[in-house]
Design a protein around this ligand. Structure first.
Ligand code: MN3
Length: 201
């Protein structure tokens, strides 16, 4: 199995002015491509893994031979996380005001605004590189979790619904050290239709 960089469903310019075209191009064509390349390099050492999906390996890294386990965690996680991230952002979308997802947010956070506050606070406060996720557990309860580096929520048995990349490479060209400004702008590019699809899966 050779992994490939997925095509974006929008152009690099499509998220302006919230996320600039140059950041998108470097993030997708350089950063994400590097994760793909290094994942492929690692897996080339173990052709016997070719029948395993990336998801199954990230769910249970003990099925990955020890000599490439860290590489699969970091670069496989990087490939999976970015592929997911590109799916949950887009040029225009309206936040839900009814429906099952909306009800679950209301039940578990109090309101959509309270969810956004909690998610924003977690993303802003996260130390160093990582991702902040909206996830659903096996009972369907929604929560916000911050994970470092390229760690995967799949490893904790969680189902991801939404994520923000808070590595500096996701925002530094436009926002420099102003992570809070990036997060606030990013809410404008959340693809709520996709988030609700993830919820229903
Ligand atoms: Mn990134």
């Amino acid at each position: 199995m050779i992994y490939e960089l997925p095509k974006l469903k929008f152009s690099y310019e499509a998220l302006e002015p919230f996320i600039d075209a140059q950041t998108m191009e470097i993030h997708h064509s350089k950063h994400h491509q590097t994760y793909v390349n290094k994942l492929n390099e690692a897996l080339a050492k173990h052709p016997e893994l070719s029948d395993k999906t990336l998801e199954s390996m990230l769910r249970d890294l003990t099925i990955v031979p020890e000599d490439i386990r860290t590489a699969v965690k970091n670069h496989g996680g990087g490939h999976w996380n970015h592929s997911f991230f590109w799916q949950v952002i887009g040029p225009k979308s309206q936040a839900p005001s009814s429906g099952d997802f909306y009800s679950a947010i209301d039940r578990d956070f109090g309101s959509l605004d309270k969810f956004k506050e909690q998610f924003t606070a977690a993303a802003t406060a996260q130390f160093g590189s990582g991702w902040t996720w909206l996830v659903s557990d096996s009972s369907g309860k929604l929560s916000v979790v911050s994970l470092p580096n390229q760690d995967s929520p799949l490893a904790q048995g969680l189902k991801p619904l939404l994520v923000i990349d808070i590595w500096e490479h996701a925002y530094y060209l436009k926002y420099q050290n102003r992570r809070a400004e990036y997060i606030s702008a990013w809410w404008n590019v959340v693809d709520w239709v996709k988030v609700q699809e993830n919820f229903k899966k």
